[in-house]
Design a protein around this ligand. Sequence first.
Ligand SMILES: Nc1ncnc2c1ncn2[C@@H]1O[C@H](COP(=O)(O)OP(=O)(O)OP(=O)(O)O)[C@@H](O)[C@H]1O
Ligand SMILES: [Mg+2]
Length: 364
Amino acid sequence: MNLDTRLAPERDHPAPAPDGGAPGRIPMAPADPFALVGLVGASRPMQRVRADVLRYARSSAPVLITGETGTGKELVARALHLASPRARGPLVSVNVATLRTELVTSELFGHERGAFTGAFTRRRGLFEQAHGGTLFLDELGELDARTQADLLRVLETGEVRPLGCERPRTVDVRVIAATHRDLATMVRAGCFRADLYYRLNVLTVTLPALRERRADVPVLVEHLLARLRPEVGDRRLATDALALLGRHPFPGNIRQLLNVLRRAMVRDERVVLDAAALADALAAEPGTLGPVPYQTPARDLSVPAVAEAMQASGGSISAAARRLGIARSTLRGRLHASHRGDVCQAQSSLTRSAINPLLRTEEP
Ligand SMILES: Nc1ncnc2c1ncn2[C@@H]1O[C@H](COP(=O)(O)OP(=O)(O)OP(=O)(O)O)[C@@H](O)[C@H]1O
Ligand SMILES: [Mg+2]
């Protein structure tokens, strides 16, 4: 089975009655998948998103969801699953960035008993767990090179091979992936496989930033205040407060809007909050902090520090590890796992010579 081309049966046409005549009963209207996951917004850009989700729900081809942080990628993935004929099947979500490099293969594809030291029992991988449903790969841009190759193989063959297993197993899984990274730039930088990118980039949902759909701010505020009600009670915003939020850029998008509302409600206990209360909550945003004293940790393994060490050591992982005062294997782990994409993003401050050896070590 080819996951990329297999089309799911259409959902909206009721099966004909057994006598071949008209369907016996009027089918129940499918529940609104957006309402089910709590996704609101009816601005033009969101109407496009909703239309894309409903169209793509009928297919089993992979979907790539992109958009800035906090724009609702996870909600859209869930809505897509619920709108699809796979809604009765499982939705298995995994945040790739949280998978430990050495375990990622067995997590995704499973392993047989005794496949490696510590594999005391057989384990079904996430692909097998998602059989008949959807696998949501969140933070796709953090996937290491070897797993990118494995994922491509599964998408092409529709088969997974658990570690220590001779025969591959066929899986019927729809893959939805999300990332806030610019994958095209990562492909150009050599940080993401071009073939996997093209494979996943067939059906895409691009989520607009909140500042590109300011018309949704009032309905989002209403929705988020209802979510906050158990915590802060029944509260409202005055018109000037809403107008202030409507003008704010919100780089952290809806997640940031939620945080600002929560902070405003906790700091100011009036039932109706005015613009001054919201301005106060916005000013307290972490991003707007002034310079604060910061003590450098003994071993700074932040992305800039790792990138700087790689550059200073001419791209040698061993030399960079010595500079950082850590084991070579630890640095390799850092580079392969969640830091990989960040290091690639930080490449403007890095020479290609610093990056290339790093990439060479990551070839499967
Ligand atoms: N359209 C929306 N309607 C209602 N709530 C939303 C909407 N979009 C996002 N949210 C809320 O904003 C928060 C962030 O959403 P989500 O986790 O889906 O963002 P994301 O795009 O996956 O972000 P990240 O890239 O940081 O993982 C969640 O609490 C979610 O419920
Ligand atoms: Mg997310």
